[in-house]
Design a protein around this ligand. Structure first.
Ligand code: NAD
Length: 521
């Protein structure tokens, strides 16, 4: 297990002390692959100041123009995709397909989509006022200023660039604090941005530990998009609350998958294996618990175990594998604790359950049967390659158990009857529910993505999220000249009061309009 004894996680020194540099290790080999600055609070403050200055000109550009420049960034990303994939494979130990499809491709698509729709989504809209007809109101979406993005290590290219690109298209500057576990890929994104000739201070990256993130929140930012764990999210939201900084919180998940009695066996089994073990289970929307109807449970479980046995795991820089390494070694201990707790309470370990051979950080894809809600594996986020199964007698029971969670990010329903699946989806407490598919809403840039309950608030992606990157501004202009003396202003007289009282009855009193007019005289 290579560096695990002395280092708990890429760059996190075991005594917890911050160093002046962050070290990044390859999870699949344990090799040191590079260093990044541990940015100080003062450096962060200066970065935010520079971002503010750069934002002024950028925010004044028409959305079409900003979109055109973002497409230059996208073109550079596509041109340099091999470099990005190679680094993602090394720094995260993730399979090449996942680096290409789930990171680079998603970003290229999202940039294209928002560059195209931003002019329309952010265009000023007139509101036809129902009462104050003498005035013309328009809603404008104006850039907030500097948007901070604080991100985790599991999708270290896709997640921060998703938020950064949306913030930039909307006219903001961005300062990104990537995870201390994966700083190099964020610096690569910055290098590509600069290489595309885009304004250097408009998109900046400040690498560092949590303290650098905390400093960023305290440096005069106007908005924050935070993606990370629930515990950190609470601290970060509190820091934003103290400063009244609006924020989006994208936190943990515990996605249930309900397999109905009529679910197609092979399709459902393959989806569970993919949804549970893609990115070695380090996905906020991973399949984290399966509720299988008793009519399908045994066949489904057997097939999932068979398919899991076929998975190839190893160093993705050496060969095409299905499952790569565990990016952050602490996740291996979490996985082991979940398994020990479940087995001690009667779960059956059907496959996996052990660490892979060193020197890299590997954990075998694991399937647990006979699970129930007394076990942590069914209640707390796993964020590793474990799929626990629970047999249910009815769909009612499955829905009740799916909703028995403090988290509510994603959920999945498998049923041959799509309409039935959709009706079940309506009853599940989650930000997104997919019927007969898994994970794909991480890549649908036009649909809202985010959680309820402790999975967070606010949305990444979708038109509303793009507007949320802006402050809403109402401009009201007089349409009809009202003369010098506005009856709504001073002086207050007995006569004007009587008129307004009649007006109240006329407009809002009960009965027909004819009756209300009659009552006035
Ligand atoms: P984490 O919460 O440990 O760290 C996230 C980021 O916050 C890191 O950059 C970290 O340095 C920073 N940070 C830590 N303390 C801070 C502080 N006091 N102030 C400001 N920033 C601080 O999360 P992680 O371990 O990197 O990521 C895993 C978690 O992320 C999982 O719980 C997963 O579910 C969640 N996640 C959620 C989504 C989503 O969209 N909802 C997506 C991916 C991951």
């Amino acid at each position: 297990m290579g560096h695990m004894a002395s280092v708990v996680g890429n760059g996190v020194v075991s005594n917890g002390q911050a160093s002046t540099k962050i070290r990044s290790y390859a999870p699949a080999t344990g090799e040191l692959i590079g260093e990044a600055p541990n940015t100080s609070a003062e450096e962060v403050r200066l970065a935010v100041q520079r971002a503010h200055r750069a934002q002024e000109a950028w925010g004044a550009l028409p959305a079409e123009e900003r979109g055109a420049r973002i497409l230059r960034f996208r073109d550079a990303i596509v041109d340099r995709s091999d470099e990005i994939v190679d680094l993602l494979v090394r720094e995260c130990g993730k399979p090449r397909h996942e680096a290409l499809l789930h990171e680079v491709m998603v970003v290229a698509d999202l940039a294209t989509h928002f560059a195209r729709v931003a002019p329309k989504v952010l265009a000023p809209r007139e509101i036809p006022l129902h009462l104050m007809k003498h005035r013309k109101s328009t809603v404008h979406h104006v850039p907030r200023g500097v948007v901070a993005v604080i991100s985790p290590w599991n999708y270290p290219f896709q997640l921060p660039l998703r938020d950064a690109i949306m913030a930039l298209v909307a006219g903001n500057a961005v300062v990104l604090k990537p995870s201390e576990v994966t700083p190099l890929i964020a610096l690569k994104a910055k290098e590509i941005w600069d290489g595309a000739g885009l304004p250097e201070d408009l998109f900046q990256v400040v690498t560092g530990y949590g303290a650098t993130g905390a400093a960023l929140i305290d440096s005069g930012i106007q908005f924050l998009v935070f993606t990370g764990g629930v515990a950190t999210g609470k601290r970060v939201a509190a820091a934003c609350g103290e400063r009244l900084i609006p924020c989006v919180m994208e936190l943990g998940g515990k996605a249930p998958l309900i397999a109905c009695a009529d679910a197609e066996l092979e399709k459902t089994a393959r989806a569970i294996v993919f949804g549970g073990f893609s990115n070695a289970g380090q996905v906020c929307i991973s399949v984290e618990r399966v509720y299988a109807h008793r009519d399908i449970h045994d066949r489904l479980l057997d097939r999932v175990v068979e398919l899991t046995r076929e998975l190839r795991q190893g160093d993705p820089s050496q060969e095409f594998v299905d499952v790569g390494a565990i990016i952050f070694p602490h996740q291996i201990e979490i996985a082991e604790k979940h398994i020990a707790d479940a087995v001690s309470k009667g779960a059956e370990l059907r496959i996996g359950g052990e660490r892979g051979p060193g020197p890299g950080q590997f954990f075998a894809p694991t399937v647990l049967a006979n699970c129930n809600h007394t076990m942590t594996v069914m209640k707390d986020e796993i964020f590793g390659p474990i799929v626990p199964f629970m047999r249910v007698s009815t769909e009612e029971e499955a829905v009740r158990l799916a909703n028995e969670s403090h988290l509510g990010l994603n959920a999945y329903v498998y049923s041959a009857d799509r309409e039935h699946g959709r009706r079940l989806a309506e009853r599940i407490e989650a930000g997104s529910v997919l019927v007969n598919d898994v994970l794909n809403n991480g890549a649908t840039s036009d649909a809202p993505f985010g959680g309820i309950k402790q999975s967070g608030f606010g949305r990444a992606m979708g038109d509303d999220a793009l507007r949320e990157m802006c402050a809403t501004k109402h401009i009201s202009v007089d349409r009809i000249p009202m003369g010098e003396k506005d009856p709504l202003q001073f002086p207050y007289t007995e006569k004007s009061y009587a008129w307004f009282k009649k007006g109240l009855r006329l407009m809002f009193g009960g009965g027909s309009l004819a009756k209300r007019i009659g009552d006035l005289f």
